[in-house]
Design a protein around this ligand. Sequence first.
Ligand code: MET
Ligand code: ZN
Length: 757
Amino acid sequence: MKITTTATLGFPRMGPNRELKFALEKHWKGSLSEVDLIKVSEDVETMGWKLQKEAGIDLITVGDMYLYDCVLFWIESLGIVPHRFENLAAGTTRMFSMARGVDGAEALSMKKWITSNYHYMVPEFDKSSKIAPDFSSFISSVERGVGVLGAECAIPVVLGPVSICFFARIVDDALTTHELIALLIPVYKTLLQKVADLGVKEIQIHEPAIVLEEVGLIASLKTVYPAILPKGPKINFVTAMDDVGKANYDWLISESNGLNILSMDFTRGNTLGLIEKRGFPSSKMLGAGLVDARNVWKVDPGKVLPLTDKLKSLGIEFRVQPSTSLQYTPWDLDREMQLDNHPAAQVLSFAKQKLDELVLLAQAISGEKSALDTHTAAWTTFHSAHTGSTLTKERIKHLKETDFRRPEPYKQRRPKQLVGVPLLPTTTIGSFPQTSEIRRLRWEWKKGRLTNEAYERAMDQHIAYCIGIQEAIGIDILVHGEPERTDMVEFFGQQMEGILFSEHGWVQSFGSRCVRPPIIWSDIQRPKAMTVREFKVAQDLTSKPVKGMLTGPITILNWSFPRVDVSRKEQAYQLALAIRDEVADLESAGCKVIQVDEPALREGMPLRTAQKEEYLTWSVDAFRLATAVAASETQIHTHMCYCEFNDCMEAIDRLDTDVNSIENARSDNATLEAFQRVGYEKGFGPGLYDIHSPVVPPIDIMYEKLSSFLKVLDVEHTVVNPDCGLKTRGWPETILALKHMVAAAHNVRRNLGIETQ
Ligand code: MET
Ligand SMILES: [Zn+2]
């Protein structure tokens, strides 16, 4: 019997030991040549191919080993270069310059990839931009893949033109989307023909934007696709992260669009519903994204087999795939020896294991009924062995409406807060530079080479240093600097029960940055205070208010691998109770201002309107549950960054924070104006400068920027801060930038007569 075909849509790019990350960072420092960097990336790519081949995957992607980011790679290959980078020669150096910025030229904007914590670079098209393609790097990487895997197995991946258009930021009305499409059509036609000429049997065109509900999307698809498809290879049109919605689905299944395989996500949204209602043509094949590529749990046969039975009963020809690229999962579970005796270990699966699952699933579908028996057994044992926390469940059951509400509304509580702190107070977002010394200390402590006491003493010195620097610069609301935190989610997760950690489970966040998402596996409990000691150390050193720093429940949830046996809402509430207890403990320790960061609130938002509302309701409620315990006198801040705010502003307002510090430095004041339009009347701290760039803006630029904020915002409600935490920066530029920020605030205050000397 023919076994159902298996295919992948991409594999983790950083390598089992983050080889690419370290090579990139060396290259940027100048100690690794471009040739050697590419050698590292090719070695990692070959490792991934080998694993896929050995697991028995039939169709494996090639041409998708991007050094920094997929969209950035295509920006560079298409030669879409904004004016400020015009003088740079095409190639890897220009690509990195656009991603990271160079002196005098700000980096391209960065955005979170559809509903995930991966960030892509935003294509920018201004009046001097054109399309100046050079596909040689892409073509040679496809050739390499074909050489290693063979033309039967190697499937090139191309990022589709419609997504390029819909991701692009068009500056100064340089052209319309329609005109950009018209420019891209001949370029893509040539590109796809070149790929076809390599003799591959299939091409994957990834059009991630198709799951977005954007006006004009279908019209663009209809214009583009008939005009670009080559003769020869089959075309696999790949979407992910949600279902594609009715209208896009109808276009996808139309007989005349030239697409042969439609790859869709069956782990999010309701793809099956669309198929059942609207049919699936016998002329096309379905690429069924059945294995969740965004979570670390094993396939549950009890859930997936009924689905594949349904597809079979509908007479649909399908193949088995992950729901999207496996880049969102860590490389290999087998390396996590420390988890060997953990009850959850038997139901976990990372990228390498998911390859085996694809093959087992294909076998089960093809009639080998017992192929997934060990999976069924593992889930049964796991469920019967773990019961969770009765205490947490009880607390959630007894929540009251008042638990979600501050004692007084903003207007009444605001005057009671931070009395004596000047107008336009200056502050930072929390973290200060994480030097190699800090990382070494944490490492030595983790390895047991440093006692708890010695470690705490060393951390306290760093806290003292941060306080001293902020006092010297004249910042008004201080922070302790977060030296003890590797990562804003991991730090909290490690102190909660119900969350487990991998040792090597890194996934790429952006560029060379990787995160190790916690794995929520059981009910959450906070056995003891998590941040109070460091807060006290800091507050004891200064008479200025020190801001308590917490990560919010939604961000912890969205940046973790969540459980699949209870709802996300339930998990968010459980996390909220843990943070609520921390807010109460900080307050009892004398903390007057507490920031609860929610940078991931927006990215967890589903794409379809009906589900959006539901998500925003419970996520905002979870945040309120975490913070509403604070007295009126305690000022609650939040911080959000690198996301669209436009479509969730009412929800942000409903968070009911006293100050919202948002990233704003890389965009114009459109975000502020939008907040103004919805009548946002609470405290606001728009980022005054971009912390991702090593370039320090001079005082007058910051002055101008702050003054421009005040054209839209009230002085009484405005807070002055950078656009995100400073942990990725070095000390010299941090000090200089903060000095400029404080000077700019003084100048504006003087100008307004708030301050006299
Ligand atoms: C990604 S948001 C970061 C917020 C955190 N408090 C920090 O300063 O690093
Ligand atoms: Zn941030």
